[in-house]
Structures are given as C-alpha cells and as structure tokens.
Design a protein around this ligand. Structure first.
Ligand code: MIG
Length: 660
C-alpha cells in the first residue's frame, strides 16, 4: 500500500507517474517538527537500504548523506553528495516500509550518524511530498514503489555490448585506431564514445572540422563494422557570437537567469557558458531538437554530462575572488590568510552558494535553482529523450546521464559518475547497484577500470570480471591518465576472453534486464531480498544476486588470489578462463574460500536453475541470440525475455518463452 503525505507546497518534480490523493492523517513511523525535519528511531540491527547513487555500503546505516547533485571525481568514504539524488529508503526492521522524500532541493539523511539509532531526514524547506510504502517483503515494497515512478528506460540491444571510451580520442584517426586494435586483439565491440574532444571549442551540437572533418562518413564506416559512435553532450552552452545555439537561447530566453534578469554566466569546459533552462518545457523542446544535428550524421546514442550542473566558477564569484586576492599584501600575509586565499580559489568549483544565484522559468514563475537543483540533469535527459521520440520514432536511442533524480529512469540510464582506478571504487560501484535498481535505474554501469587515476592490469581484469554483469559495460578513462584499453595490457588476451564471455551472457543479462523493466523488479538484489530468513545473508555487503538465477561475488582486493563467499543455499560454482573452458562444482550452503585466478571469471548459479549461454560474437549485430545452450543445473527451465532490441514500443516487442 502507498500513502502520500503532503507538507507545504511541493514543487511538481514529476518523479511519480500515478496520481495519489494526499492523506490527511498523521504521517506514520516518523516524528516531524513541521519544518522539514523527520525523525525515526532505529534499533541496533535494523537495516536501511536505498539512496541510490551514494557512498558506503548496501546498508546505509552509519553515515550522513546529502542529496545535492554534485560533481566530485575525488569522492571517498567521507563524501556526502554524488552525481545523483535518489531519496528512497527501505527500512528493514521491526517495521518494514519504503519511504520516498520527493523533494528536489537539498535533502539530508543522517542515518545513525549523529545518534547511532536515529534516522533524521531534513529537507531544506518544508515543501515536499512523503510517500510511505508498506508490504510484506522488501521486494514487494520495491515493486510498488517502481509502479509509482513508472517503467524504466530500455536502450537498444547494442547498448549491452562492450563500449570503449576515453576522454582524449582526438581525431577520426584515433577512433579508427581503437576499432582496429580491438579487432586485431579479438575484442568484441559495439560502441566507441566521443568525449568533448569531437566538438568545436566544446560547443554543443558542433563538430570540429579539422579533427573530425567527415563524422558522417566515419559514423557509417564504423556502423559497417557494427560499431556505434556515441557522442557526449554537456549542459553548458558556450557564449560566443555567431554560435547558433547560444544566439537562439538568448533570443528566446531559454537560459537560466540571474538575479537581475540577465542570462546567468558560469564557466565549464567551453569557458563562459549559459545554462539551458531545462525546467522550461519550451527550452527543453528547443534543446532536444538540437540532437538532430548529430542524428542526421547517423548517430544513435548520447551521453549527457556536466548536468548537475557542474560549474567550475561563476563570473560573479570569480570577480569577487580576484578582487580579494588583489587586496592581499604579500609581505604581511600570515599563514591563516594564506589558507584563506587557497580556500577561496579552491572554493570556486562547485560552490554551493552559486546555485542560489540563478533562476528557472517554470510556467511563467521564477523559481530559484537551489529549490529544484536535483531536477536539472533529469530534465536535460528528458529533453533529449522526448525530442528523439519525434526525430527517430522508429528506433530506440541510447541515452545515459551523469546527474539524475528519481523519474530520470524513464528517460535514460545513468553511469555512476567519475570514479577512480581504485579497488575501493570497484566495491563501491557494486554496492550502489541494488539501491539504483530500487530507484528505477536499471540501465547502469560504472567506468570500467576506473576513470581517474592510473589503471593497472590486475584492477582492469577484476573490474571486467564484475562489469560483465552490468547492463552498461563501458571502459572509460580520463585524459592524462595511463591508457587502459584492454589491448595496452600484457595480458590483453585475458581481458578479451572476459569481454567475449560478456557476449555469451548477453541473452541472460538482457532477459533479466527486461524482466526487471516489465515486472518492476530489481535486477541486482542484496542476498537478503531472496533469503529473508537468513540472518547471515542480511550482512553480506559484497555479493549480489543478478536476476533470479545468478549470484556474483567479485574479487575487489589488490593481490587477492580468491575470497570468502557466503552461499545462502547450495549453488553451482562456475569457473571460466574462456567461454569454451568451463568447469563447475556444486557447493553446499555456508561459508567457502574460493580461489579466483586473475584471469578467471567465477560466478554462481542458484540451486536447480540454469541460464542461457550464447556463442561469443564480434558485436551484438553478429550475435546469434537464438543459438543458446543452457548452463547450470540440468533439467531446469528458464523463462527467457527478449525482443528485437530496437522497437521503441517495448511492451509490444516483448517475447517470453520457456527454454530448457
Ligand atoms: O570535467 O568530458 O564524468 O566521463 O570524460 C570533466 C570530460 C568532464 C566528466 C565526465 C567524464 C568525461 C569528462 N567530464
């Protein structure tokens, strides 16, 4: 059952798709002070799931999290805000219920941080809707919540193939080289990503004429090899006379405004920019229409970046800062003044105060950005999604975004933002998956191998062994870091084998993904969701159920030669060094130490279940999704969900059959 409670005058976030009448009775479970603060006592062993893209474990108890979409490529355990805001919690204690704080401004979640057994949620203003969802099990609660927020986005099937990306592919030649090297190394490939380098001076919807003179021809040439080019689009629009997007935006008042009513100025990669007012439907339509510039070149996938929005600095704060610096006296500068000075400069990037200084036009009403901050990225992807339904009505377009709010899952997937080639970030990526699924984000994945910092061969292999199970499977890295395409490593062959196995797993992954979409379920579940009476399963933070048949227990520690795994029931251990050398072994319920060689994929098939397994292929276009063998317990039946991988009407495209 879902009940809605309204406080003050909530902004219509569009997170939910069902109209529910607000209750007039008192909000259950929580105490509230009427000023946006809600408290709930917890017991020592209660588990708090949820919050989507956030730091720390699957059980969120023990930290203070803040929903405030934020660009933080250096995040660690003590970080409070990441790229997305997903205010859904699932409390699993004496009372079991889900709660969604539908509020688009800053929202704090003190989950046993100030007081070990107290949950305090604080919305910046008491203008929000709170939904309470009750049910008999975690899965039932999540399902109801997902029905409330609407069906998740389904990308084209090719988006499930391997994607090679890097910030720093600077020319058509660079792109051809990636394709050729993957091919030579036997690495299957479905997509190559274009980062900001393809644009002319980082201007959205332009293509650099010198470095990418024939993008249309290149796109066609790559398609012939089964490879899709996926360009990035940034939120900020460069201020430059003669640049059409800029000029149209100014003329039609499609940009966010400053206090005085002028177009607000921030700076990101293009230099000084204006930010499209994605909360204004007219501006959305206009910006979305621009994607046609690229679809006309044959492009059929996009990633939307910098849409928290990230702001390196604002014109006003920079002027103020320079002014203060100009007044510093070098000879008398004390150490505290020195730190004041460095702090001022460091504080320019992503300064929270800047987000209070611009405004949106929502149906003629001026709305301060801070109040709707977490909706900005969602509405950028919505702009693109809705426009593409008109521009390319006959097929699905790939979209994923960096910033998001619940509701964005209907318009695209997300990648989990800038991570690092750190072992802790490999674990972090996995721990976010169940919470992202609860919030509707099913097409998700992390930058495989890590975005920032230098990747080593071992972390790449371990990351691949995890990421072969995530819907979005993209190797991406930052400019200036060491190259990390599989072919740069000595043991490229082992990387290639892992990626080939991914293609064998696609029928299963795609099927479980479609099940999760069509049945409003989670694809990645904590063990306790299926083994509710198992107290040990409740404490497992580094294994996940993938669909209904598999369990994964990735190795995420440097130099580990294996790991402890908890089996909540008898399972079949599967080992693969390549798709055609598989060994299996039945293990009883309980704790096991499992050896996992660096070049070996290990996963588990649940008792009396089996999964479909395909032959590897160069890309999804060449894959034979019907030539399946079964892997797992003999005589088991698997319900296969599939479709043609491209029809936008996913409901009608769906085919369900039982296979043995
Ligand atoms: O400030 O476009 O998260 O994937 O490679 C960095 C360059 C801007 C951040 C994205 C990352 C991308 C990078 N971008």
């Amino acid at each position: 059952m879902i009940k809605k409670y309204v406080f003050g005058k909530p902004f219509p976030t569009q997170a939910t798709i069902k109209e529910i009448e607000a209750c007039t009775d008192k909000l259950p479970y929580f105490e509230t002070n009427g000023e946006g603060v809600f408290t709930l006592p917890l017991r020592e062993n209660d588990i708090v799931y949820g919050l989507g893209e956030q730091v720390r474990g699957i059980n969120k108890k023990g930290w203070h999290y803040v929903s405030w979409n934020y660009d933080n490529p250096n995040h660690q355990e003590d970080t409070r805000s990441l790229y997305g805001s997903h205010n859904f919690l699932l409390i699993s204690g004496k009372a079991k219920f889900g709660v969604f704080f539908d509020y688009a401004g800053k929202t704090e979640f003190d989950i046993g941080y100030t007081h070990r057994n107290l949950l305090t949620v604080k919305a910046a203003k008491n203008d929000l809707a709170v939904y309470i969802i009750t049910g008999n099990s975690e899965k039932e609660i999540v399902k109801q919540f997902r029905e409330l927020i609407g069906k998740s986005y389904v990308p084209p099937l090719w988006a499930f193939g391997y994607g090679q990306s890097r910030w720093g592919y600077r020319s058509e030649q660079d792109i051809r080289e990636v394709a050729a090297k993957c091919k030579a190394a036997g690495i299957p490939l479905d997509s190559i990503y274009l980062d900001i380098d393809y644009m002319e001076r980082y201007k959205d919807f332009t293509v650099d004429k010198e470095r990418f003179p024939h993008l249309k021809a290149l796109t066609a040439e790559m398609k012939e090899q089964g490879i899709h080019l996926v360009p990035i689009i940034d939120a900020g629009v460069k201020i430059e006379d003669g640049y059409e997007v800029y000029e149209e935006g100014v003329k039609n008042n499609y940009f966010c405004k400053n206090e005085q009513g002028g177009d607000f100025v921030g700076a990101v990669w293009p230099g000084r920019v204006h930010f499209p007012d994605f909360l204004n439907p007219m501006a959305r339509k206009w910006f979305g229409g621009k994607y046609a510039v690229l679809t006309e070149l044959g492009i059929d996938g996009f990633w939307n970046d910098m849409n928290e929005p990230a702001i390196f600095y604002t014109e006003d704060r920079l002027a103020e800062t320079c002014d203060k610096i100009g007044k510093l006296d070098l000879n008398s500068m004390g150490i505290y003044e020195y730190f004041g000075f460095t702090g001022m400069v460091a504080g320019l990037n992503g300064n929270e105060g800047d987000y209070y200084k611009f405004y949106h036009n929502v149906d003629g009403k001026k709305v301060n950005h801070a109040e709707v901050h977490n909706l900005y990225g969602m509405n950028m992807t919505r702009a693109a999604f809705e426009a593409l339904q008109e521009i390319s009505p006959d097929k699905r377009t790939l979209f994923f975004s960096r910033a998001s709010y619940i509701g964005a899952h209907r318009y695209g997937g997300i990648w989990q933002g800038d991570n690092k080639s750190w072992w802790s970030h490999l674990l972090q990526a996995m721990q976010q998956l169940p919470a992202l699924n609860m919030a509707g984000f099913l097409f998700v994945g992390s930058d495989t191998g890590g975005f920032g910092a230098d990747a080593t061969e071992d972390i790449m292999l371990r990351w691949l062994q995890y990421a072969v199970f995530t819907p979005l499977f993209r190797n991406h890295s930052a400019d200036g870091t060491r190259r990390q395409e599989p072919y740069v490593f000595d043991n490229c062959a082992a990387c290639a084998e892992m990626i080939k196995i991914r293609y064998c797993l696609i029928p299963y992954i795609y099927s479980e993904f479609l099940k999760a979409v069509h049945n409003d379920e989670m694809m990645f579940k904590p063990l306790a969701f299926d083994f509710a009476d198992d107290d040990m399963a409740k404490r497992v933070e580094d294994q996940l159920l993938v669909g209904n048949e598999l369990m994964i227990a990735p190795v995420y520690q440097q130099n580990a030669v294996g790991r402890y795994v908890y089996l909540p029931e008898e399972m079949m251990l599967v080992r693969m060094k390549s798709y055609d050398s598989t060994s299996t072994e039945i293990l009883p319920k309980g704790h096991h130490y499992i050896d996992v060689a660096l070049d070996e994929l290990v996963f588990f098939i649940r008792k009396d279940k089996a999964i479909p397994f395909a032959r590897p292929a160069e890309n999804t276009e060449k894959a034979d999704m019907d030539a399946l063998t079964m892997l797992g317990y003999s005589d088991s039946v698997y319900t296969l969900y599939s479709d043609d991988g491209i029809s936008p009407d996913t409901e009608n495209a769906l085919a369900v059959k039982e296979i043995k």
